[in-house]
Design a protein around this ligand. Structure first.
Ligand SMILES: [Zn+2]
Ligand SMILES: [Zn+2]
Ligand SMILES: [Zn+2]
Length: 392
């Protein structure tokens, strides 16, 4: 039985509301994704992961070696989270994509891989799906927040589905707004900077899904809707071997001195990885979750999406005590982004999620000056378009 309900809240629209009290760290729900996929660049960099559930398929030592581009000593290897499933991984005989288990392979075949399997064309740069993916990659250099391959997988799910009406109903349950006319804001991918690339992407998409069966998805409006679903609902999936190991060993009941030493080792590993791979990325891919996507954002969230199984199953946990009747909120921004000024947070939420945050923190900071420091703007890919730009 669920201990929450999805209902309309006055002035907020659709929201998830607790129907019982939750204590800190209590699990609110667990959910498998409607669809998930590894990020395109992570795949290009050769990060081995289960093609279905995204479980990492390399040892911790291999993972860190690759990310740091040199061997790095890692202690406490008995806590390497990949050991159990590395012993049983398997692959599709035709296209050679890998799975963490027979179960994942069977499930993938049942849901989409029968039609999605590219066989020997998987490494052919001229294959329409690979062309589409390349265009996406050029539009979205890391850190990625979504991938066109999620849409590709959705198309395969549709093609293979024996209950197409049900599939479409589920797909339509995701909010697909990329323009909010009332508030005159629009998704950054509709901005001038992306105009040409979006056109290219659309062309490649139509080329990859030419058959009559996909006609309803290849109109300009339907394509925008799919991009909207991808843009505003994608949840980053954090299955990183290193992050998983850090979580595990940080919880070990060690003497204080050992803990300090371990912290130093962890900082060291992150520094070495950072030197080569740049900003360390916690997210391996992204997914669409039917329930989880219904949760609104707050800059002072009372819940958090976690991935404790090293795969794409999301576990929503209470961050603070939540009372019955209270709205459950997560943060769409990461921890660093949350620490930024109200102005910066609003810019990110507006461009990526098409809304203006009115959470308690934002209301309290409403009189703060509208300045964005240079430092804060550093990793913002859309700086060059005017903040006050509005839709005509
Ligand atoms: Zn798997
Ligand atoms: Zn295959
Ligand atoms: Zn806020």
């Amino acid at each position: 039985m669920n201990h929450f309900e999805i209902r309309e809240l006055e002035g907020k629209g659709r929201a998830m509301v607790a129907t019982k009290d939750f204590v800190v760290d209590e699990i609110i729900f667990e959910e498998e994704p409607f669809v998930s996929h590894q990020f395109s660049w992570n795949a290009a960099y050769g990060y081995a992961a289960c093609d279905h559930c995204m479980r990492p398929l390399e040892t911790l030592v291999e993972n860190v070696h690759r990310l740091a581009n040199k061997p790095v000593a890692v202690p406490l290897l008995e806590h390497d989270p990949t050991t159990p499933w590395l012993q049983q991984f398997t692959q599709c005989q035709r296209c050679k994509v890998r799975y963490c288990s027979e179960d994942c392979m069977v499930e993938a075949k049942k849901r989409y891989h029968r039609v999605a399997c590219m066989g020997a064309f998987r490494n052919d740069d001229t294959h329409p799906i690979n062309v589409l993916n390349e265009i996406w990659k050029k539009m979205h250099y890391p850190p990625e927040t979504g991938t066109i391959m999620l849409i590709v997988r959705l198309m395969a799910m549709y093609e293979q589905s024996s209950k197409k009406a049900e599939f479409l109903e589920q797909l339509q349950s995701f909010q697909a707004l990329i323009i909010n006319r009332e508030q005159k804001i629009y998704h950054k991918m509709l901005g001038e900077n992306f105009e040409q690339q979006m056109e290219q992407l659309y062309g490649a998409f139509c080329n990859a899904f030419k058959s009559e069966e996909f006609a309803m998805f290849t109109t300009p409006d339907a394509f925008k809707t799919l991009m909207g679903i991808l843009g505003t609902n994608s949840q980053g999936i954090a299955t990183s071997v290193l992050a998983q190991w850090v979580t595990k060993v940080s919880d070990l009941p060690l003497p204080e001195a050992d803990k300090t030493q371990l912290d130093q080792v962890i900082d060291d590993i992150y520094a070495k990885v950072g030197e080569f791979a740049g900003e360390f990325l916690n997210n391996e891919g992204s997914g669409l979750y039917i329930l989880q996507s219904k949760i609104n954002h707050s800059c002072v969230p009372n819940a958090q999406s976690t991935f404790p199984y090293s795969n794409d199953i999301v576990v929503l946990k209470a961050l603070t005590p939540i009372q019955k009747g209270q709205e459950i909120c997560i943060s769409y921004l990461d921890d660093c982004q949350l620490e930024r000024s109200r102005h910066s947070r609003h810019k990110m939420l507006r461009e990526n999620y098409i809304f203006i945050c009115e959470c308690p923190k934002c209301r309290a900071q409403a009189s703060d000056p509208d300045v964005t420091s240079d430092e804060e703007d550093d990793d913002d890919e859309m700086d060059d378009y005017d903040d006050d730009d509005e839709m005509d």
